[in-house]
Design a protein around this ligand. Structure first.
Ligand code: HEM
Length: 544
């Protein structure tokens, strides 16, 4: 555990801050007139003071004068006291406007939380902002550019996206892999039932992650994905390790730049190597099983063909395949599981909503069989609940991009190299676009937008951004909605839920400097099978 004297550091930081102010006060330069509006800045450090004031939120300010606070505080504990990016930027935007230009040290940033400006950016500057910015540790399978998420816009990205959509995420590919998802959903149900039988509590976030990891595992590498629960859990554990390091990494990168990156590089590369080893063993198993005439998945077959150069279009490396798998589990999987977690937390806190979803499922599906993905189009209220969850709790709340060329947005000049931060969280809680923006009201998604013209409809879509926008928008939104929808469907159709402690689920967002949005506390509940539930009787649990 890294521990250091925060009191001295804090005093040193204050001294440094004020002496810099004093020295450079005379060199104050007015920002260019044609830049987007900006809050009052300070020389040299620009707006760093503003960002720090909002990052070091109330809980931090309450503790800095308490001596106990400085005893044995680790960097990890310290980071947990910082406010997340989306709330920091939301506060700044609510004070100074929804289209802002900032400069932190020598980094220009534009923060946008206006749907009409976002619409203009994706309409006129989509290619210009289709890069996610500087890659800090290129050789790392998650933070590097070997996967899809961080790949620069170009031939490699186009090819990988095509492979993914054609063989994994497109409508036809999803039709072909439906059986895998049905099998995993049933396993999820049986597992919950088993826990109910033993009167055990369920950590809903953990169960959702297990369901999602094995579903994506089977969809990508078929039976080569570890059957043994311990091995499958290793994948999720490595993702958790990565996510903890990613939070620290963001802090180091922002404040200490290259020094910060090198401080954490060893730890990050250690997890990266272990992850690569595990994924390599899964791919080798796939190749061996394939040669024994086992049926493969078209997804991995297509990736391996591109690796062997059988596909003339583009040749990829083995590391590209592993990076794709790592992103699938740690990015796509974690986002899907976290959305399920948030949705269930809202549903348990709103018994009327739970009742309405259940009535809808009973009227469409009945009680004789489990809800399936083909039922989802006939369950509009369930879909509205998922959309409302994505609006209020977007697990990717800010979308960072970089302008690659000088351009004009909203009549203002933006220079090449400027970081663009789209605050999807702020847009989706903006009272100008949403009535009662902080309330969970799924009915708002039942209203029709049929009367809108095409252009209006596109602009309208920019106020609902849980999957981002433009050409780098999430290509997994369909499969994510299917998995979240069916998992929630089964949990509501077959069980009542008793919160393990307290009467209400604590909806607090996880604190800390990070780019993702998770519940602060695990949602632990006891599942109670619905009485007279034929699904339950089929499973022989009459002796409950
Ligand atoms: C509820 C679940 C999910 C949420 C909320 C979500 C959200 C997002 C967001 C916000 C982005 C960034 C978009 C942008 O910059 O405009 C993204 C990118 C991406 N997502 Fe998802 N995602 C989810 C599930 C998935 C799934 C299931 C997959 C695939 C199996 C997936 C694959 C990707 C990929 C490949 C990218 C990068 C696209 C690119 O750079 O071209 N996501 N996702």
């Amino acid at each position: 555990m890294i521990s250091f004297c925060f009191q001295s550091c804090f005093i040193f930081a204050l001294l440094f801050f004020f002496s810099t102010l004093f020295l450079f006060a005379f060199f104050f330069k007015k920002p260019k007139n044609d830049l987007p509006p900006s809050p009052p800045s300070l020389p040299i450090i620009g707006y760093l003071h503003l960002i720090l004031a909002f990052f070091f939120g109330e809980s931090f300010r309450q503790r800095i004068f308490n001596k106990e606070f400085y005893k044995n505080i680790s960097l990890k504990d310290f980071l947990l006291l910082l406010s997340p990016m989306h709330t920091t930027f939301q506060k700044i935007s609510s004070m100074y406007g929804p289209f802002l230009s900032l400069r932190i040290v020598n980094f220009p940033i534009v923060i946008v939380s206006s749907a009409s400006i976002i619409h203009e950016i994706f309409k006129a500057q989509d290619i210009n902002v289709s890069y996610r910015g500087d890659i800090a540790i290129d050789e790392c399978i998650i933070l590097g550019s070997f996967g899809v998420f961080r790949a620069p816009h170009g031939d490699y990205w186009r090819f990988m996206k095509k492979l993914m959509v054609t063989n994994l995420l497109g409508t036809q590919a999803l039709d072909r892999s439906r059986g895998v998802r049905e099998f995993e959903l049933e396993r999820f149900y049986k597992n919950l039932l088993d826990m109910a039988k033993k009167k055990q509590s369920v950590d809903i976030g953990e169960e959702a992650l297990r369901l999602v990891t094995s579903t994506f595992g089977k969809m990508s590498v078929g039976s080569s994905f570890p059957k043994d629960n311990n091995d499958a859990t290793k994948v999720s554990q490595l993702c958790v390790e990565f996510s903890a390091l990613a939070h620290e990494f963001l802090f180091h990168k922002l404040l200490l730049q290259k020094l910060g990156i090198s401080l954490l590089k060893k730890n990050i590369m250690d997890v990266s190597h272990r992850f690569e080893e595990l994924l390599e063993s899964i791919i080798v198993k796939y190749e061996e099983e394939k040669s024994e005439e086992h049926q493969g998945t078209e997804c991995m077959d297509a990736f391996l063909a591109a690796y062997r150069g059988e596909n003339a279009e583009y040749k990829i490396t083995r590391k590209n395949i592993k990076a794709f798998l790592a992103e699938l589990f740690c990015g796509a999987g974690a986002f899907t599981a976290s959305t399920t977690h948030w949705a269930m937390a809202e549903i348990i806190n709103n018994p009327n909503i739970l009742k309405r979803i259940r009535e809808e499922i009973y009227s469409v599906v009945g009680k004789e069989r489990l809800v399936q993905e083909t039922d989802l189009p006939k369950l509009p209220y369930l879909q509205a609940v998922i959309n409302e969850t994505l609006r209020l709790h977007p697990v990717g709340p800010v979308l960072p991009r970089e302008f690659q060329q000088d351009c004009t947005v909203g009549g203002f000049y933006i220079a090449k190299g400027t970081t663009l931060v789209i605050n999807a969280y702020a847009v989706m809680r903006d009272p100008d676009y949403w009535e009662d923006p902080n309330k969970f009201k799924p009915e708002r998604f039942l209203a029709s937008s049929g009367s809108l013209q095409e252009e209006e409809r596109r602009e309208h879509a920019m106020k609902f951004l849980p999957f981002g926008g433009g050409r780098r928008r999430c290509p997994g939104s369909n499969v994510a909605s299917i998995i979240v929808g069916t998992a929630i469907g089964v949990m509501v159709q077959c069980f009542d839920w008793k919160i393990k402690s307290g009467n209400e689920v604590d909806m607090e967002e996880a604190p800390g400097l990070n780019f993702s949005l998770d519940l602060a506390h695990p949602l632990e509940c006891i599942p109670l099978p619905r009485t007279l539930n034929p699904l339950a009787t089929n499973m022989q649990i009459m002796d409950l």
